[in-house]
Design a protein around this ligand. Sequence first.
Ligand SMILES: [Zn+2]
Length: 291
Amino acid sequence: MPRLRLWLVILVLIAAIVPARAQQPLNVVASFSILGDLVRNVGGDRVNVTTLVGPNSDVHIYTPAPADAKKIADARLVIINGLGLEGWLPRLVQSAGSKAAIVTATDGIAPRKLGNAADPHAWQSVANAGIYVGNISESLSAADPAGAAYYRANAQSYLAKLDALDREVREAAAQIPPARRKVISTHDAFGYFAAAYGIEFIAPLGVSTESEASARDIARIITEIRARKIPAVFLENISDPRLIGRISAETGAKVGGTLYSDSLTGEKGDAPTYIDMVRHNIKALTSALAN
Ligand SMILES: [Zn+2]
């Protein structure tokens, strides 16, 4: 009899452990580091997130590695920014022979347009990042319905953090004297940020980093800095710092530090998460632009 009871206890323990083990995390690929952080915040323990374009790397000019095809082949979902950011992705998905669903995180965002091209940097407005989070939560729930309540709860708590962050950025931007709310960045990555928070950005490069600045682009920026007394120029973690260094040397505009536009940093950097990135950027801007 005691032996039978022992077996019963063992069976109950096995029954309790096995379902937990059987719950494999959902494999999700995010195209670049900023998106990867948003997906991790919503997906939590139920999701295994890998990113293709890692920290301090440029998503515009990315060349996929063989390991990326393997990541995509193993994924249930591939979450991308869209708006033309990942021009290299369709070929990669095709060559990987992947059956993963492709989810566009910017669905529902009205893109900022530059001629015919959409500006892909929608995440630079914190309100837009909230739309990304909603899309991510819905796509994870569709792929893993048993986790729907969990994803919704994670999304709600992260959205509350984004709301607080958005207020923080607005309040900080409002402290900058209006005549000084203008800076130079390397490429045109802050259009959504500018529209949301009222700081003007002028860049020698367009919305992509694919082409180099011409002598004429640089001359135009130098003229504009002098004519409009633009107080500061900023480096980026994904771009060659020499261009901004040269513009600063010719105009006397100070280098206000680094802005993180398209990529997070590693754990020990200034911007290991999306929230850290936005907070770092607004601090760098307010300290460079204060009187
Ligand atoms: Zn960019």
